[in-house]
Design a protein around this ligand. Sequence first.
Ligand code: UD1
Length: 337
Amino acid sequence: MNILVTGGAGYIGSHTIIELLNQGYKSIYSIDNYINSDESNYSKIEEITGESITYLNLDLKNVDSLRSFFKEYRIETVIHFAALKSVPDSVQNPELYYDNNLFSLINLLTCIKEFGVKQLIFSSSCSIYGNPEVLPVNEQTPFGIAESPYATTKQMGEMILRDFSKINPQVKIISLRYFNPVGAHKSGLIGEAFTKRPNNLLPIITQTAAGLRTELTVFGSDYNTNDGSCIRDYIHVVDVATAHVKAINYLSTMVGENFDVINLGTGTGTSVLEMIHSFEKVSGVKLNYILGERRVGDVETIYADNSKAKKLLKWNAEFNIDDMVDSAWKWQQNMKI
Ligand code: UD1
C-alpha cells in the first residue's frame, strides 16, 4: 500500500513513519515544507529503522505541485499531519492559521478525489471541544466554543471532511482527536521542538532544565483545579503514532459510515504543576518556575474518554507521565537547541 504522510518530517509525522516502517509498511512518501520541521529527521528515521522513504519538499497550498505528486505516485492512503499547531501563535495570526490549515486540507481533498485515494486519516485536536461542561469528553460531546483560531481550524477541518465524506462514499475517513502529544522516541534521536522558541509546555520545561531559558512561567494559577493550574491529557507521541497504524487497519474494515471521529488520549488529567513536579522527580533537576497570568486561548481542564479508541482501534496507551518526561529529557540532552 502506498501511503502519503503529509508533514512527515514533523513531530507526530516522523514518529508515525517509524511505527509504519516497524509494522512492515514499506511504500511511504512524505511531503513537507519544513516551516516547523527538520529535513534531517528523515536520516534519523533511517538510522532508527534501517529503512528509507521517499520525501519531497512540497507546500500543500500549491495545488499544481500537489497534483503532479499524486500523478506520479499511486497513493492509496493519506495521513494528513501538516498544519500549524500553536494555540498562542494562532491567536496572534488568525489569518495565517485559516489560510494554511484550511487551504492545505482543501487542496488535499481535491487531489484525493481526482486521483482515487481510498483512505484518509486527519489530525484533529481535543481543542474542538472548547471548555467542556462534562468530563471526560467522549466523541458525542458537541463542539464547544473554540478558544483559539487553531481550534476553529480543527473544527472547520472536521466539518469540511464530514461534508466531503457524504458525496464521496468511496473515501473512508477517520479524524483522530489528539489530546496533548508529548515525549520523544526512545532512541533520543527525534522529539518535539523543531524551533528555538517552542510554545508547548514540555519542550519549554526541558529547555529550562537544560539552561536554555532562565525560567518557566506557569500560565495561570487561579483556575478551578486541584492546584490552580490547567489540566490536560498528555499522551506519549509513540502511543499517538501506533494509533495511526491501527487506524489504517480499522479503515479497511469500516462498513456503512465512511467518516468517523476518535479521541486519542490516556484518560488521565495532569496539571501543569504536576507535570513540572514529575519532571523534577524523573530528571533530578530543579526547575526555576514562576506563577504567571493566564494565557489567552487556553481551556481550563480537559481529558479524554478513550473507550472508543480502545474498542475500535484495539489500542491502548502504553506510556505514563514519567515515561513521557523521561523520553523528552533524554531527547533534549541529545540535541543542540
Ligand atoms: C493544544 C491542544 C492540543 C494540541 C496542541 C498543539 C488543547 C486543550 N489542546 O494544546 O490538542 O495538540 O495545542 O500545540 O487545546 N503552559 C504553561 N507554560 C508554558 C507553556 C504552556 O503553563 O510556558 C501550559 C498551558 O497554559 C497549558 C498547558 O501548559 O495549560 C499545555 O500547553 P501546550 O503544551 O501549549 O498545549 P495546549 O495549548 O494545551
